[in-house]
Design a protein around this ligand. Structure first.
Ligand code: NAD
Ligand code: TYD
Length: 355
C-alpha cells in the first residue's frame, strides 16, 4: 500500500493517545500510523484491541529516549509527521518522583526533536512535528480570567514545569532550525481508558468498591473538562489545518469545582448502581491538600474556533454519563489496571493500608 502520510504517534497506548490512534487509523486508511509507546504503568495495549489488526497500524514498544530506535523507525517507516503525546502525566507522581518527568518530558522530547531533524536532514517540505501539551503550563487562575495562547508561562508543579520546558524546546527548534512545529495546550480530559490515578476514574472506581472518595483541600479547585474524543478531534483538526509555528488552546468551556463535579458523579452513580440516593456522597472524605495545588484552570478556545472551526461536541452531562457507564461496563479493564503496583501507589499517595 502506498500511504499518503506516515505518522509516528508517541504515547499512543495511553489515555488520549489511544483515542487519537483509533481515530486516525479508522478515519484515514491512506495514512500509516506507527505507535511508539514504552508501556509504562499508564500505557496499555488493551486500550487499542479493537484496531490492533488494522492494516495501516503498527505498534512498537520502546522509549522516546532511545535515539537508535527512533532513527530506525524514521527510516523504516519513512516518517513524515510526528504527533508527540508520550509523557509522564500525573501531577501527584511528579511531586513524589520528579526525575522521571524530567527524563521523559524534557530529555525525551529533545531526543525526538533531534531524531526528526536528523531524519529529515533539515529538508522540511511536507514535514510536521506536532507537540501535544497542557494548559497547566500557564499556572493558576483566580476566580476570573481565562488562559489564552498569549498567557505567560508560570508552571508550578514538576509536571507542568517539565511540560513547559518541552513546549519551549519545541518552539526553539522552530525558531533556530526551522523545524515545522505546531503545538496545542489542552485542559483536563475525561472519558474511557483513563488511568484511575486521575480524578474521575479514581472516584468511579472507589464508588464502585464503596471506598472513601479523597477530595483534596476544600474541594473548590476548578478544572475545565473536555471529553477525550473531542480532544482527539481537535488534534486531528490542528494536525491538518494548523499553521506552522502556531499554538492552539483547546478546552471544553466546561468549568467545574471539583466538589460539584464529584457530587454530580455521586448522584449519577447512585442511579447506575441502584443505590439509595445520597449513598455515594457519604463516601466523600476531605483529605490533605496537594502541595502547590493550582486553584483554577480555564481555557479561552476562541483561536481554534475562529481560525480552524473546531468546537467541542459532547456536553458535560452526556460525557459524564458515558464515562461512568463505560467504567462500569468495563470493570475487567479497571480491575486489570488496578492490580499489582497500583495498590502500592494508592496506599502511598492516600496514606492507607494496601489491600
Ligand atoms: P497517559 O499517562 O495516559 O499516557 C502516556 C503514555 O505515554 C503512556 O502510554 C506511556 O506508556 C507512554 N510513555 C511514557 N513515557 C514514555 C517514554 N519515555 N517513551 C515512550 N512512551 C512513553 O497520558 P495522557 O493523559 O494520555 O496524556 C497524553 C499527553 O497529553 C501528555 O503529553 C499530556 O501531557 C497531555 N495532556 C493530557 C491531558 C489530560 O487531561 N490527561 C490534558 C492536556 C494535555
Ligand atoms: P487530576 O485528575 O490529577 O488532574 P490535574 O491535577 O492535572 O488537574 O486532578 C483534577 C483535580 O482533582 C485537581 O484539582 C486535584 C483533584 N483531585 C482530588 O481532589 N482528589 C484526588 O484523589 C485526585 C486524583 C485529584
Amino acid at each position: 500500500m502506498n500511504y499518503t502520510k506516515h505518522i509516528l504517534i508517541t504515547g499512543g497506548a495511553g489515555f488520549i493517545g489511544s483515542h487519537l490512534v483509533r481515530r486516525l487509523v479508522q478515519q484515514y486508511p491512506d495514512y500509516q500510523i506507527v505507535n511508539l509507546d514504552k508501556l509504562t504503568y499508564a500505557g496499555n495495549l488493551e486500550n487499542l484491541r479493537d484496531i490492533e489488526a488494522a492494516q495501516n497500524y503498527v505498534f512498537q514498544k520502546g522509549d522516546i529516549l532511545d535515539m537508535e530506535l527512533l532513527e530506525g523507525l524514521f527510516s523504516q517507516y519513512h516518517i513524515d509527521a510526528v504527533i508527540h503525546l508520550a509523557a509522564e502525566s500525573h501531577v501527584d507522581r511528579s511531586i513524589s518522583n520528579p526525575m522521571s518527568f524530567i527524563e521523559t518530558n524534557i530529555v525525551g522530547t529533545v531526543t525526538l526533536l533531534n531524531a526528526a531533524r536528523n531524519a529529515w536532514k533539515d529538508n522540511f517540505a511536507d514535514k510536521l512535528f506536532y507537540h501535544v501539551s497542557t494548559d497547566e503550563v500557564y499556572g493558576t487562575l483566580g476566580e476570573t480570567g481565562l488562559f489564552t495562547e498569549d498567557t505567560a508561562y508560570d508552571p508550578r508543579s514538576p509536571y507542568s514545569a517539565s511540560k513547559a520546558s518541552s513546549d519551549h524546546l519545541v518552539r526553539a527548534y522552530y525558531h533556530t532550525y526551522g523545524l515545522p512545529v505546531v503545538l496545542s495546550n489542552c485542559s483536563n480530559n475525561y472519558g474511557p481508558f483513563q488511568f484511575p490515578e486521575k480524578l474521575l476514574p479514581l472516584m468511579i472506581n472507589n464508588i464502585r468498591n464503596n471506598k472513601a472518595l479523597p477530595v483534596y483541600g476544600d474541594g473548590k479547585y476548578t478544572r475545565d473538562w473536555l471529553w477525550v474524543e473531542d480532544h482527539a478531534s481537535a488534534i486531528d483538526t490542528v494536525f491538518h489545518k494548523g499553521v506552522i509555528g502556531e499554538t492552539y488552546n483547546i478546552g471544553g468551556n466546561n468549568e467545574w469545582k471539583n466538589i460539584d463535579l464529584i457530587h454530580q458523579l455521586c448522584d449519577l452513580m447512585d442511579g447506575l448502581l441502584d443505590r439509595p440516593k445520597g449513598a455515594s456522597r457519604e463516601l466523600i472524605t476531605f483529605v490533605k491538600d496537594r502541595p502547590g495545588h493550582d486553584r483554577r484552570y480555564a481555557i479561552d478556545a476562541t483561536k481554534i474556533k475562529d481560525a480552524l472551526g473546531w468546537e467541542p461536541e459532547v456536553q458535560a452531562e452526556e460525557g459524564l454519563k458515558k464515562t461512568a457507564e463505560w467504567y462500569l461496563s468495563n470493570s475487567e479493564w479497571m480491575d486489570n489496571v488496578t492490580s499489582g503496583t497500583y495498590q502500592k501507589y494508592y496506599a502511598n499517595q492516600y496514606n492507607v493500608q494496601s489491600n
